[in-house]
Design a protein around this ligand. Structure first.
Ligand SMILES: Cc1cn([C@H]2C[C@H](O)[C@@H](COP(=O)(O)OP(=O)(O)O[C@H]3O[C@@H](C)C(=O)[C@@H](O)[C@H]3O)O2)c(=O)[nH]c1=O
Length: 181
């Protein structure tokens, strides 16, 4: 597993080392020691989430106040454009975003640290996404920022009219959102 930097230093793209033989492939999709070497974070993941979505579904931008979750995101079928937005008020990159294509083919993972909002759009006919999280689901602290908030300006892949949940359709702007210190 190696880490590729992004424009926001704490957000990383992981690329696994793939072992191939006549039977097929093997790779470590998570290794606690290597994760620590790459991030400096002694993280105990407490929950694994698995979602399946159809093309043009957009989930996000989501975060939990008071019980923030770091998320290690990967795709086991299909392709997504995955996005992290820095919501730490004291950060030099507050309000900025990074995005990356994650797919079953490229096997890349995105590390979205606590203090960030997360979202993705599905670019294939359907996609299955797995992500490990560092704290439990806490619906009372769950917050959503609108996917196309102009104050963030995410450049989502061109030509999408996304399929959103009712919650995500009703989401507001970062300008009025409660964020992290
Ligand atoms: C997130 C979550 C949802 N649920 C339930 C609540 C609800 O009935 C159903 C669907 O929930 P949602 O509509 O919030 O699912 P979704 O829109 O996929 O929410 C997720 O979006 C991505 C982008 C993230 O980063 C996640 O942290 C999470 O917020 O699943 C759980 O039981 N546990 C969980 O951890």
């Amino acid at each position: 597993m190696k880490a590729v930097a992004t424009d926001i230093p704490e957000v990383l793209i992981f690329q696994p080392q793939i072992f191939s033989d006549a039977r097929g492939l093997f790779w470590e999709s998570f290794n606690e020691r290597r994760f620590f070497e790459l991030t400096g974070i002694k993280t105990a993941f407490v929950q694994d989430n698995h979602t399946k979505s159809v093309k043009d579904s957009l989930r996000g931008l989501h975060y939990q106040l008071h019980q923030p979750q770091g998320k290690l995101v990967r795709v086991v079928s299909g392709e997504i454009f995955d996005v992290a937005v820095d919501l730490r008020k004291s950060s030099p990159t507050f309000g900025r975003w990074v995005g990356a294509v994650l797919s079953a083919e490229n096997r890349q993972q995105m590390w979205v640290p606590a203090g960030f909002a997360h979202g993705f759009v599905v670019q294939s006919e359907s996609a299955e996404i797995l992500y490990k999280v560092t704290d439990f689901y806490a619906p009372e602290y769950e917050r959503t920022i609108r996917w196309n908030d102009p104050s963030i300006g995410i450049e989502w892949p061109i030509g999408i009219s996304p399929l959103l949940s009712a919650k995500d359709q009703a989401a507001g702007s970062l300008t009025n959102a409660e964020v992290f210190a």
